[in-house]
Design a binder for this molecule. Structure first.
Ligand SMILES: *Cc1c(COP(=O)(O)O)cnc(C)c1O
Length: 225
């Protein structure tokens, strides 16, 4: 058993089996992803379009590629042909472009809306009101080539577990509210993507069913060059 496999198994042992582990492989070399793949792992997360496309081209085609970084409208076309789930949608304009490119590719692309729950101002994402405005817009109803499957969020990077918990619980409550009140053909709330290496146990306790784990699986990230 390789060490990456051991790391994944260690995480799996302590979480419910309905939780998807997305192995965040940004800046990590192909060999490490291949090694997780050989151990049976299929879900990988990337933050940068060019990097994800390059890796997609050389790695096995049954990998589920999750896009978790900030996505620019002009780059949507590069990932739509193969992406499994876009976690980081933060505008109606972006959804419109995803829908357009998805139609060209004749596939339905699954998306999450990214909600800003952290205190830090640098993190991307929508307020719950902005997300609601998108979900209740007339235009959204015409997007037949997207499916909005839930929400994603990142907690503040802090040691204060009470604060992290408060932020995750706020996202869970927005998720439940939308899930219970929105009934649209292209909105089907199933996925709540929250939790990273340093806070995933709290996230799961607060209702997460998709965790995005980089460092704990692959070790420290090489710096971007
Ligand atoms: C990099 C990244 C992760 C993984 O972070 P780790 O702390 O290495 O687990 C998760 N989610 C997002 C959005 C990221 O950018």
């Amino acid at each position: 058993m390789n060490s990456i496999q051991e790391n994944i198994n260690k995480i799996k042992q302590n979480i419910p089996n309905y939780v998807t582990i997305i192995a965040v492989s940004k800046f990590q070399p192909i060999e490490k992803i291949q090694s997780a793949y050989d151990a049976g792992h299929r879900d990988f997360g990337e933050n940068y379009v060019q990097e994800m496309v390059d890796k997609y081209q050389v790695l096995p085609k049954d990998i589920h590629w999750h896009f978790i970084g900030h996505l620019q409208t002009n780059k949507v076309k590069y990932i739509v042909p193969f992406v499994h789930l876009i976690h980081s949608v933060d505008s109606l304009k972006l959804l419109k472009e995803i829908n357009k490119q998805a139609e060209k590719n004749q596939r339905v692309v699954s998306c999450l809306l990214q909600i800003h729950i952290a205190e830090e101002e640098t993190k991307f994402g929508l307020s719950s009101q902005e997300a609601l405005d998108i979900l209740s817009s007339e235009e959204l109803k015409s997007f037949q080539f997207i499916k909005i499957k839930g929400l994603m969020g990142m907690a503040t990077n802090t040691d204060n577990t009470e604060q992290i918990k408060k932020e995750f619980l706020s996202l869970k409550s927005i998720f439940d509210q939308f899930k219970n009140t929105l009934h649209l053909p292209n909105v089907q709330f199933e996925i709540l993507s929250m939790g990273m290496s340093n806070d995933y146990p709290i996230a799961i306790e607060c209702g997460s069913n998709a965790i995005r784990i980089g460092t704990l699986i692959f070790g420290e990230r090489p710096t971007k060059n």
